[in-house]
Design a protein around this ligand. Structure first.
Ligand code: ZN
Length: 161
């Protein structure tokens, strides 16, 4: 297991179409393990394979309800609308306002290459859209309402014990 380097905006790999996974290999399993570890280490709620330099259709997500692994995911249904803040590990220190569907249904393969369906609302729906966009070379920065904003850093107050 290893933390992988997260590619940042400006890196060509983030604009490329990813290939479908055709069979599960030891290497791909290691990649998924590393992606999960990298996502948790960086406090992200999702990570797509191209963000760690691999052009494969693999996404990991955890919005606080446990890990979801999506292989070759496709959005099959959307409804509603939500407008809110979005950020990306590949665009550090920035956020933007993006409108996404509020309810999203996804069809994908699990780690055993067995098809399944998963539904999400709110943050999870947003994460599905954001991460699946990565697999098609799209970043949220092109979908913001009024561009990117800096995350203002407020140092924590020091307390003496
Ligand atoms: Zn992202």
């Amino acid at each position: 297991m290893a933390i992988r380097e997260v590619r940042e905006i400006g890196d060509d790999i983030l604009t490329k179409q990813c290939k479908k996974v055709t069979k599960m290999t030891f290497r791909t399993k290691m990649l998924i393990t590393d992606m999960l570890e990298t996502m948790y280490e960086k406090n992200g709620v999702g990570l797509a394979a191209p963000q760690v330099g691999v052009l494969k259709q693999i996404v990991v997500i955890d919005v606080g309800e446990g890990p979801i692994i999506l292989i070759n995911p496709e959005i099959t249904e959307t409804s509603g609308e939500q407008t809110g803040e979005e950020g990306c590990l590949s665009v550090p220190g920035k956020w933007g306002i993006v409108t996404r569907p509020d309810h999203v249904k996804v069809r994908a393969l699990n780690q055993d290459m067995v098809p399944f369906e998963v539904e999400g609302e709110g943050l999870l729906a947003r994460a599905f859209c954001h991460e699946i966009d990565h697999l098609h070379g799209e970043l949220y920065v092109n979908k913001t309402q009024d561009g990117l904003h800096d995350v203002s850093y407020e140092p924590e107050e020091e307390t003496e014990e």
